[in-house]
Design a protein around this ligand. Structure first.
Ligand code: ASP
Length: 343
């Protein structure tokens, strides 16, 4: 394995109010919800100020929706679902409406959710007609005997639960279509051997969305939703719907949602790796997240990142890419958002 040199970034700058996961508890407000919109940001030089504002606006809307849900029901799982639905409904992020295209020009969506008290979990993969896959994942968790449903079966289950169906055309956006055309073009230019599909390896958008939340009873929850990777093939499923890889929650340690090159996150069971480092290695949240990210093989441009929250309201945000769409909200509703390393 190539020695990992990439700078694992602890975003102290994120935010003066981001509590580092290895800080002793201080007289400060608990962070109750953290969201991310993926670690594959467009380069800062290409980000128009108006577009950056739009990202921050949607991140803020997601945080407020989650905070409001928490206020109504006091359940972290409601905060996670509400926040992710807002990002799924925006075309800015690679999830729901803004999902990327696979090699065949289709949008295949994945999502998962987990709660940390009883460790119940639900996930869907490869769905094409469910407007909000995170709600389908939640329905699997709460209304089925299973954890992961895929494709047509997942859709039949979701619609039987009265979740909203949309035509696959709903997920078509010009920007994602252009990204696919670019990926196909680059792939062709590199003329790989026939059948040697490298789906998604041309230009990682890493725009997956995720949320981690803490409720007043100390229950943690985590959720992740994605369109996967541009130009993916063969029914490819990434880490986002895989419990332990892209998502995990355990009240005794933390809730985690990851974004990045899914295959790497699956092989390294990254979300659970953070939990295990805390549980068995007695690491702090911050140490566990940094170690887990550093342990991954490096990739040009970075492999991804994660958000995590513990039951004391300490949050950690780590990534090795140029930036990560992210935000957090405290108990009293103070919102902070950021995209690049320097806010
Ligand atoms: N992790 C996602 C996947 O591999 C991609 C992303 O984070 O944007 O499907």
């Amino acid at each position: 394995m190539t020695p990992r040199i990439h700078a694992v970034v602890l975003l102290s700058a994120f935010l003066a109010v981001t509590a580092r996961g290895d800080e002793p508890p201080a007289a400060r407000e608990r962070i109750v919800l953290v969201v991310h919109g993926g670690s594959g940001v467009r380069p800062r030089s290409e980000m128009a100020p108006a577009r950056e504002q739009e990202y921050r606006r949607v991140l803020t809307e997601a945080l407020r929706a989650g905070h409001q849900a928490l206020g109504h029901t006091s359940r972290s799982v409601d905060a996670v679902e509400a926040a992710i639905r807002v990002m799924e409904d925006s075309s800015l992020f690679n999830a729901g409406k803004g999902a990327v295209f696979n090699h065949d020009g289709r949008n295949e969506l994945d999502a998962s959710i987990m709660e940390g008290r009883e460790k119940r979990a639900g996930a869907v993969a490869n769905v094409t007609r469910i407007k909000n896959p995170i709600s389908a994942a939640r329905a699997v968790m709460e209304r089925s005997a299973h954890v992961l449903l895929i494709g047509d079966g997942a859709e039949r289950f979701a619609f039987a639960q009265h979740l909203r169906e949309v035509s696959p055309v709903y997920f078509w956006t010009p920007e994602r279509w252009e990204e696919l055309q670019k990926a196909l073009h680059e792939e062709q230019a590199a003329s790989p051997a026939p059948g040697a599909a490298k789906g998604g390896e041309t230009d990682h958008p890493f725009g997956t969305v995720g949320a981690v939340a803490l409720d007043p009873a100390g229950n943690l929850a985590a959720g992740t939703s994605t369109g996967g990777m541009t130009n993916k093939r063969y029914g490819r499923v990434g880490d986002s719907p895989i419990i332990g890889a892209g998502t995990y929650a355990d009240n005794s340690t933390c809730a985690v949602s990851c974004t990045g090159h899914g295959e790497v996150f699956i092989r390294n069971a990254v979300a659970h790796d953070i939990v295990a480092r805390m549980k068995y290695g007695k690491r702090s949240l911050g140490e566990a997240a940094r170690e887990a990210l550093r342990a991954l093989p490096s990739e040009p441009g970075g492999v991804g990142g994660m958000i995590a929250l513990d039951a004391r309201g300490n949050a950690i945000i780590e990534f090795d890419t140029e930036g990560m769409y992210r935000g957090q909200i405290t108990e009293s509703g103070a919102v902070t958002t950021a995209i690049y390393r320097e806010p």
